[in-house]
Design a protein around this ligand. Structure first.
Ligand SMILES: NC(=O)c1ccc[n+]([C@@H]2O[C@H](COP(=O)([O-])OP(=O)(O)OC[C@H]3O[C@@H](n4cnc5c(N)ncnc54)[C@H](OP(=O)(O)O)[C@@H]3O)[C@@H](O)[C@H]2O)c1
Length: 299
């Protein structure tokens, strides 16, 4: 009897918050997964990327690797552009050669934040800094070299993969500041849609298995200020540090950021993809995973 061919996916950035979840989710669904973290493969190394894709014989290539240091990118725009722009150009060229589907992630920071309501795919990007420009370049390269890549824009990603990494995520930053017992000031005038990495991985796999292509927004589904998000984290973690609201005039950063960058998931919903879990549920789930991982780690 003819055996059903096992589908193959290659995942770059497999050590990141989203990457670890993608590897897990595709494996759970029975795909053959070849994952690379930064130590095993630098996506800016074009010949090695080409070789890895050719050897894997993957039908689907997922790029979850990214240079995400928004403020540092202002000092080293070339490093951001190499990882987020030129490396994606190379990936797209290799995918075209190999006839593989490219799945690539981008950011809510491609927008300038002046719209004031959740961004839809048809809104015009206007990136405000070096990181944002480099990510927008990545989108354009994917769309320039391929006729039907899947490009997914997301916002404020947090996932268990960020628990023990040096850069972590916003939840880890808040919990660390609370432990240090110092006053915490968080901007109340910047709004995003924090997105849970495990939920993203499931919905990415749904999009891939439905063979949907094009540009999709995949935010957490709720527009929330960073201050209110911090409040929610502390409430669910059962801690009450001295948290104060601040604003962008008082809290200066090297990179300009969009004031309102929440994403609308309307197109995703219309494609029949399950809605994102409520943020409260996602943060609770994260904290549960954290409790387990912390206990497990210390034994
Ligand atoms: N995190 C967010 O808040 C956020 C917001 C909007 C959009 N996004 C997008 O969502 C996607 C997933 O992000 P994430 O949250 O999973 O980020 P993450 O946790 O920082 O993971 C990114 C991974 O890419 C790796 N990487 C960086 N440069 C690389 C290179 N040259 N070659 C190979 N790997 C490299 C990083 O390794 P190192 O840790 O060693 O650098 C890290 O493991 C990215 O496209 C990102 O731009 C993220």
């Amino acid at each position: 009897m003819l055996q059903k061919m096992q589908r193959k996916v290659i995942i770059f950035g497999g050590g990141g918050q989203l990457g670890v979840e993608l590897c897990r989710e595709f494996e759970r669904r029975g795909w053959f997964v070849r994952g690379f973290d930064r130590q095993t493969l630098d996506i800016a190394d074009a010949p090695r990327v080409e070789q890895a894709i050719a050897q894997s014989e993957a039908q689907v290539v997922i790029n979850a690797a990214a240079y995400n240091q928004v403020d540092i990118a202002e000092r080293e725009p070339l490093a951001a552009y190499q990882a987020n722009g030129l490396a994606v150009r190379n990936l797209a060229m290799v995918c075209r050669q190999a006839d593989a589907q490219l799945v690539h992630y981008s950011t809510d920071y491609v927008f300038d934040g002046t719209k004031g309501s959740p961004y839809v795919e048809a809104d015009t990007p206007h990136p405000l800094g070096a990181y944002a420009v480099s990510k927008f370049a990545g989108e354009l390269y994917a769309q320039a070299y391929l006729s039907d890549p899947l490009v997914i824009r997301t916002s404020g990603v947090f996932g268990p993969g960020g628990m023990f990494t040096p850069r972590g995520n916003f939840v880890e930053l808040m919990l660390r500041l609370a432990r240090e017992n110092r006053p915490i000031r968080v901007v109340a005038d910047h709004i995003a849609s924090p997105t849970y990495a495990p939920a993203m991985a499931v919905r990415t796999a749904d999009l891939v298995e439905k063979n949907l292509r094009g540009l999709y927004h995949m935010g957490g589904g709720e527009a929330i200020s960073w201050y209110d998000y911090a409040k929610l984290i502390f409430e669910l973690a059962g801690v009450s540090p001295a948290l104060q609201p601040t604003d962008e005039r008082e809290y200066r950063t090297a990179a300009r950021r969009p004031k309102f960058s929440a994403l609308s998931n309307t197109k995703l919903d219309a494609a029949g993809i399950a809605p994102m879990p409520p943020l409260r549920e996602a943060v609770r789930d994260y904290l549960e995973a954290r409790k387990y991982a912390t206990a497990h780690r210390s034994t």
